[in-house]
Design a protein around this ligand. Structure first.
Ligand SMILES: [Zn+2]
Length: 185
């Protein structure tokens, strides 16, 4: 590959080989010393340039100050906006499939989705689906009321929680949740 390239560009490859050759055959210590002294003189010149005075008209100075103030205010505004939680983070409870559900938020993700009895507010337990039944589904049972409160058809607990998650997601996307903070369910 490299040989083909050298054949196609004989002048360029000749110059590169000559430059590399001169670097190798030069006294290596002298080469390293001149390299570092070159970098050091660049640093010194840069420092002298940075600390030297510059004269600009007052109107330009004022405009630059105003522009920097606008940039700082904009950055601060965006940072503050990001910290403000979205509206739907207030939506943490609802009645879905005859069960009272409570949950939290991690960004847009629902966390700690838990079922409660709509009659006595006791935390419900769940009964895994009978795999041999045609009517497969997960039942939610209240130990205080001694009754099955609800059954979500289709699969095990993960599936049932998925059904509830998708319903919460639907309400959030369509703005169907209570917006008023006092309208707690
Ligand atoms: Zn109950």
């Amino acid at each position: 590959m490299a040989e083909m390239w050298a054949k196609k560009h004989p002048i360029v490859s000749g110059v590169v080989i000559a430059a590399l050759g001169s670097m190798v055959f030069e006294e290596p210590r002298a080469f390293v010393a001149s390299f570092f002294s070159g970098i050091w003189s660049l640093v010194i010149r840069g420092y002298q340039w940075v600390i030297s005075d510059v004269s600009i008209p007052w109107w330009l100075f004022i405009i630059l100050c105003l522009l920097s103030a606008i940039v700082v205010i904009q950055i601060g505004y965006h940072l503050l906006q990001k910290e403000e939680a979205p509206d739907f983070h207030e939506y943490r409870a609802d009645f879905i499939n005859g069960v009272k559900w409570r949950w939290g938020w991690h960004g847009r993700q629902i966390s700690n989705l838990t079922a409660y009895c709509p009659n006595c507010d006791y935390q419900l337990t769940y009964i895994n689906p009978d795999r041999w039944s045609d009517d497969i589904g997960t039942s939610f049972y209240c130990d205080r009321c001694s009754s099955v409160i609800s059954k979500i058809k289709g699969g095990g607990l993960d599936y049932a929680l998925g059904v509830v998650r998708r319903e919460i997601d639907r309400k959030v996307r369509n703005q169907l949740y209570p917006k008023n903070k006092n309208d707690k369910r």
